[in-house]
Design a protein around this ligand. Structure first.
Ligand code: ADP
Length: 740
C-alpha cells in the first residue's frame, strides 16, 4: 500500500475514533443528568417523610396527654358515683356473672352489722346463708332451706320480680334486681318500712270509713222505710179527708197536711238518692223502655198542676224517631220529672214544651244501633240570670232572690239529675233568657231496642188534606209539623167558627176539645148538622168527659192531648173517607185488680179510685191475686210486695207463667207497691216479672196515670167526667220509680 493510502486510512480511523468518543461522551452526559435528577427527587422525598414523621409524633404526644386527662375525669366520675351510691339511704350492690359481690354501699352492708365475711368476693348463696343463719331476716314459718332455694331461684331468673323481705327488727326491704347483658347484676334494697306502715294506716282508715258509710247507707235505708210507712197513712188519709164534707178552714188544714207530707217525701227521696250516688251505691238498671210513653206519662202527671196555672204542656216527639230504647227508665223518668217539674214550677204563664229529637250515631252495640237523643224542656218562666246558671247544677243551690224565694225545693234535683246523666255518659246543659224562660237539655246515647215500624206511619191513601182547629199557636205548630211529616197537606185555623167556613179544603178535621166560643164537641155537632160527614179527630186532655158527651157520636176518634205519635197515627189510620159517623161499639169499663193485705191501705186505695169509671177488685194475698187474675181478667194489677203467705213477687211470677202458657202474647201490666226504697229491692221486684215500681205512699194521680196508660182499646176512659184527677206537687222525683 502506498503511503498516501496508509495516511488516508489512518485519518479515517482517527476520525471514526473521534466520533465514537464524542458519542460516548454525549451518552455519559445524559446519564449524569438523569442521575442528578434522581438525586434531587430522593432528597425531596426525604424532606417530606421527615415532616410527616414529625406530625405523627406530635399527635402521639397530644393523644397521650388527652388520655391522661380522660383518665382523671373517669376517676373523678367514678369517685363521685360511688360517693353518691354510698350516700343514698337505700342498699346498693353489684354482682358479677358468677354471682360474686363486686361492691356494695354502706346501707347495703349495714344490714349485716359488720359481719366480716360479707365483703367483695362473697357469693350470693353465702349471703342468703348469713341472712338465715344469723337470724337477720324474718322468714316467718318458712323453712330456711326452702326460703334460700326460693330466693336463689328468683335471683337466677332472667328478670327477677321485686321481692319484699322483713328483717328481724321489723324493717321492710324491697329487693329489686336488674341483670345486665354480660351477666352482672345490680341489686337495690329499698327500705319501704314507712310506706308499708302508711299503707296499713290507710287500709285501716278505709276499712273504718267503709264501715261508717255502710252504717250510714243502712241507716238511710231504714229511715226511708220507717218514714214512708207512716207517711203513707198521713198523706193517704189527708187525701181521703179532703173528699169528705169539710169547712173551708178544715179543707185548708187537710190540704196543708197532705202538701207538707208530700214535700217531706220529696226531700227524703232527694237526700236518699243523693247519698246513694255519692256512696257509689246507685246502679243503673238498663232495659228496653218506651221513651215517648214515659214523656207522655210525666206530662199527664204534671197536667193538673199546669192546668191550675193555665200553662199548656206540649210534647214534640220527632215523628221518625224510634220510641223503644234501652236505658234505665226509672232514672231517665227521674231526670225528666225534675226538669219538667221545675219548668212548671218556675213558669207562671205560657207553656212548657218537651222536645225529643235524635239521630243515629252510626255505632252498634250488642243491644242494637245507638241513637244520640236530645231531650229539651223549654219553658216561658222566670229564667235564670247568666251568673247563676253554672250554679244550678250544684248541691243545695237555688237561685236565691226576691223573685223565686217563694218556690220551695231542696236544691238537689238538678244536681242529682246531672250526676245521673253523667253516669249514663251523657250531657246536661241550660240555656236561659232571664225573664223570658229557660231551656234545660240532656243528650244521651241510647241503643235502640226496636226500630221504628214504617207501617205505623202509613196513612190511608184517601187522606191528603187535614184541617187543624186549634187556638193555641204552639200546639197548632207542633201538630202541623207532625201531620206534614206524615205527608199530609195541612191548613190551620184557630176557632170552630172559622173551621166551618173552610171544610171544603179538608179530608179530615183535627180539633182541640176546649176552645173558647165553640168547643170541639160543638164543632163536631155543627158539622154534622150542616151535613159535613168528614172524619173528625178530637184532641182532648183526657179529663173533659169527651166519652160521655152526647156529641161523641159525631167524633171519629178521641186522641189524648198532647198527642203521642202512636195515638195520633192510630186515630188517623182508623179514619177512612167513608168512615161513618156512627156511634162506636159500646165500651166496657176497665178492670183493675189490687192485691193488698192491709185493710187500711185497701180502704185508702178504693177511696182514691172511687171516682173512676172502672171495675175494682181486691185480693188480700198473693194466692187470691193469682186466682182473681184468672177469673176477673184484669187490665192492670197493683201488687203489694210484702203479703203473708204468697208475696207479691211470687204472685207476679205465677201470673207471668199463666200468661206464657196461654201463648197469646198478652202481658198485663203489674205495678209493684212497696215501702222499700233501696235499689236491691227494685232489681229483685222487676226481675220477678213486675213492670213498674211505685213506692208508698201512693198518690192518686200516680195510680190514675198508671191505669190510664194501661187502658186497652174498647174501654171507657176511666177518668171520664172527673175534671180533677187529683193534684200532685211538681217534685215527683222520688215517688215513682217506674220501669215501664
Ligand atoms: P229545687 O227545684 O228543689 O230548688 P233544683 O236543683 O231542681 O232544686 O233547682 C235548683 C235551682 O235552679 C232552683 O231552685 C231554681 O232557682 C233554678 N231553676 C231550676 N229550673 C228552673 C227553671 N226552669 N226556671 C228557672 N229557674 C230554675
Amino acid at each position: 500500500m502506498s503511503l498516501a493510502n496508509k495516511l488516508a486510512e489512518e485519518r479515517r480511523a482517527r476520525l471514526a475514533a473521534e466520533r465514537l468518543l464524542e458519542q460516548k461522551q454525549a451518552e455519559l452526559q445524559a446519564a449524569n443528568r438523569k442521575l442528578g435528577k434522581h438525586a434531587r427527587q430522593l432528597s425531596d422525598q426525604i424532606v417530606e417523610t421527615r415532616a410527616e414523621v414529625e406530625t405523627v409524633r406530635d399527635e402521639n404526644r397530644r393523644v397521650k396527654s388527652d388520655l391522661t386527662v380522660a383518665n382523671q375525669k373517669v376517676q373523678i366520675a367514678e369517685r363521685r358515683l360511688w360517693h353518691s351510691i354510698q350516700t343514698i339511704q337505700d342498699g346498693f350492690a353489684f354482682f358479677d356473672a358468677d354471682s360474686r359481690m363486686i361492691a356494695a354501699n354502706h346501707a347495703w352492708l349495714s344490714v349485716f352489722e359488720g359481719l366480716e365475711s360479707v365483703r367483695p368476693g362473697v357469693s350470693y348463696i353465702e349471703i342468703l346463708q348469713f341472712l338465715t343463719e344469723e337470724g337477720i331476716v324474718n322468714i316467718g314459718d318458712e323453712a330456711p332451706a326452702a326460703w334460700r332455694e326460693r330466693m336463689l331461684d328468683r335471683w337466677q331468673s332472667p328478670n327477677p320480680d321485686p321481692e319484699v323481705i322483713r328483717l328481724w327488727n321489723g324493717t321492710y326491704i324491697k329487693l329489686i334486681d336488674q341483670r345486665g347483658h354480660d351477666g352482672d347484676v345490680v341489686n337495690l334494697a329499698l327500705n319501704i318500712t314507712d310506706t308499708i306502715r302508711h299503707e296499713k294506716e290507710l287500709n285501716e282508715a278505709r276499712r273504718r270509713a267503709e264501715a261508717a258509710s255502710r252504717a250510714k247507707s243502712s241507716f238511710l235505708a231504714n229511715m226511708s222505710h220507717e218514714i214512708r210507712t207512716p207517711m203513707n197513712g198521713v198523706v193517704g188519709m189527708a187525701e181521703l179527708l179532703m173528699d169528705t164534707a169539710l169547712t173551708d178552714e178544715q179543707r185548708l188544714y187537710a190540704d196543708t197536711i197532705r202538701n207538707s207530707g208530700e214535700a217531706l217525701l220529696v226531700i227524703i227521696n232527694d237526700v236518699l238518692d243523693y247519698s246513694k250516688i255519692e256512696a257509689e251505691k246507685l246502679v243503673l238498671n238498663n232495659e228496653p223502655f218506651d221513651l215517648e210513653r214515659a214523656v207522655h206519662e210525666l206530662v199527664m202527671l204534671l197536667q193538673p198542676n199546669a192546668r191550675d196555672k193555665g200553662l199548656a204542656l206540649l210534647v214534640d216527639y220527632d215523628m221518625f224517631l224510634p220510641t223503644q230504647f234501652i236505658g234505665d227508665p226509672g232514672r231517665i223518668r227521674q231526670i225528666l220529672t225534675n226538669l219538667m217539674g221545675n219548668a212548671v214550677k218556675f213558669t207562671e204563664t205560657g207553656h212548657v214544651l218537651v222536645r225529643v229529637v235524635g239521630v243515629p250515631t252510626g255505632q252498634t252495640t250488642g243491644a242494637g244501633d245507638t241513637a244520640r237523643l236530645h231531650i229539651t224542656v223549654h219553658d216561658t218562666g222566670i229564667g235564670i240570670a247568666p251568673e247563676k246558671r253554672a250554679h244550678v247544677f250544684g248541691e243545695f243551690n237555688q237561685v236565691e232572690d226576691a223573685k223565686n224565694r217563694k218556690f220551695e225545693g231542696t236544691g238537689l234535683g238538678l244536681s242529682i239529675s246531672r250526676k245521673l246523666v253523667d253516669m249514663m255518659g251523657g250531657d246536661i246543659w241550660i240555656e236561659s233568657d232571664e225573664g223570658c224562660g229557660s231551656t234545660f237539655g240532656i243528650a244521651l246515647d241510647l241503643p235502640v231496642a226496636e226500630p221504628l215500624d214504617p207501617e205505623q206511619l202509613r196513612l190511608p191513601e184517601e187522606l191528603a188534606r187535614a184541617l187543624i182547629v186549634e187556638p193555641h199557636a204552639e200546639h197548632s205548630a207542633i201538630l202541623e209539623k207532625q201531620l206534614m211529616k206524615l205527608g199530609l197537606e195541612v191548613t190551620t185555623c184557630t176557632s170552630g167558627a172559622e173551621a166551618l167556613t173552610r171544610l171544603a179544603e179538608a179530608d179530615l178535621v183535627l180539633a182541640d176539645h176546649h176552645m173558647p166560643g165553640m168547643d170541639g164537641m160543638e164543632l163536631a155537632e155543627a158539622m154534622h148538622e150542616a151535613g159535613h160527614d168528614l172524619p173528625f179527630i178530637l184532641l182532648s186532655p183526657g179529663s173533659g168527659g169527651a166519652e160521655q158527651d152526647p156529641a161523641r157520636r159525631f167524633v171519629t176518634a178521641v186522641v189524648q192531648k198532647p198527642a203521642s205519635r202512636s195515638g195520633l197515627c192510630a186515630a188517623l189510620r182508623s179514619v177512612g173517607p167513608r168512615a161513618p159517623a156512627a156511634p162506636p161499639a159500646p165500651a166496657r169499663r176497665m178492670r183493675v185488680l189490687a192485691a193488698e193485705d192491709n185493710r187500711t191501705n185497701r180502704l185508702v186505695f178504693s177511696k182514691m179510685l172511687k171516682a173512676l169509671e172502672i171495675e175494682l177488685e181486691f185480693a188480700e194475698d198473693g194466692m187470691q191475686a193469682v186466682a182473681l187474675f184468672q177469673s176477673f181478667a184484669p187490665d192492670i194489677v197493683f201488687m203489694d210486695i210484702s203479703m203473708p203467705g204468697m208475696d207479691g213477687k211470687e204472685a207476679a211470677t205465677q201470673i207471668r207463667e199463666i200468661e206464657a202458657q196461654s201463648g197469646d202474647g198478652t202481658h198485663v201490666p203489674i205495678v209493684a207497691m212497696t215501702a222499700h226504697a233501696m235499689d236491691g229491692d227494685e232489681a229483685e221486684i222487676l226481675a220477678a216479672g213486675l213492670d213498674r215500681y211505685l213506692t208508698k205512699p201512693l198518690r192518686k194521680a200516680t195510680i190514675i196515670a198508671q191505669i190510664t196508660a194501661a187502658r186497652p182499646e174498647g174501654t171507657v176512659d176511666p177518668v171520664g167526667d172527673q175534671a180533677s184527677v187529683g193534684r200532685t206537687k211538681t217534685g215527683l222525683s222520688g215517688s215513682e220509680r217506674s220501669a215501664s
